[in-house]
Design a protein around this ligand. Sequence first.
Ligand SMILES: [Fe+2]
Ligand SMILES: [Fe+2]
Length: 407
Amino acid sequence: MFSIALDQLKDGAVLCEDVRDTSGRLLLTKGQPIDAGQIRLLKIWGVPEVQIQEPDQAVASEKSDIDGDNRLKLERTVQTIFQHIDTGHPAINLIYRMAIEYRSQKDLFIDFGPRQPLPEDFKLDLYNGLKTQIQFSEVHLPESPEIISEFNKIVDDPNSSANDIAAVVSRSPSLAALLLKIANSAAYGCVSKIDTLSRAVAILGTREVGVLAMVISSVQFFRDIPKDLIDMSAFLRHSLSCGLLSRILGAQAKMPHTERLFLAGLLHDIGRLVWYRYFPEQAKLVLNMARNTGLSLYEIEKECMGISHTQIAGYLLSKWKFPDTLINGIVFHHNPLRSPEPAEPSVVHMADIAINALGLGHSGGHIVPHFDPRGWHLLGIAPGALKTALDQTVQQVDIMTELFAGF
Ligand SMILES: [Fe+2]
Ligand SMILES: [Fe+2]
């Protein structure tokens, strides 16, 4: 059974629950296929959504625009990527429908190839045969790049001024140019043009620019990872989309630190970049295994490597002295309820699921990760608002990606 908004409902969908108006009056009975006239009437009666038997009944017209071959690929793609989560949940059901729509528009089909059964001893096989499992003692995390340490000192010092941070930023022309572009972008809503760094910092705030610069410098630190391991432009698109959606969802949930949510979304999978850069052979095996078995990359890396990208991110960002409040949203994005402060990780959790589903870039995996409905309910956001947030993200991500292009 699937909840579906009326504007997604198509001719011929079969109701699996009676439809009543707000006063309880029976409008349509279950088991009945619905026609266009009835859909119009339901809208007039103010019915927001109905229950139908199959989610595919809602996308008939979207699918009719693509040919049979591509339709088959689209169905296989979406069924495969959603195989581990309950598409009957209203928020996931909405994301499922949006994934079909977006992926068909952009031809985002994935050929997973024939599924290979998971060997019973796959963990041991990797551990004994290929020595993939990594002991944490073997992970020598990189030292913080000098520029990040300098931003840290400024962020920590309550007496630091806009000029202090502008002086550090200006030593990296690409960072300075990017910060100016970001400060002038619509996302910050500044009316007049900001043409100097010290003015940008004065308007945006010393601490905010300091943390933003730390985040951008961390992404840049990992930029020369070989393309055959991960396409960094796809990784950046995944990260930016997750940041944008996290910020919008945070605003919808009336959370106070939406900018921090943007940064947490931007950095949420940075732990994977540590794998790709320092353990490329193991990472390659794990990526192949995720692709061949249909398990989520997060599950496989925990099993095979013995440590997840979220744990690695926690160690790395603590070592680099990022604020704990920011680290919280990153470390718990796959298990938000394990955090003592679950609200922000719950936002990133939902954003990551939606971004993976639509295929707005990727961080190595293609399967939609595990969903914890408790995190979603904590936010108190209606599924309709999630649709608006995701639509806005799709609109904004190209502009944002362009801002970061060439950085
Ligand atoms: Fe992740
Ligand atoms: Fe992710």
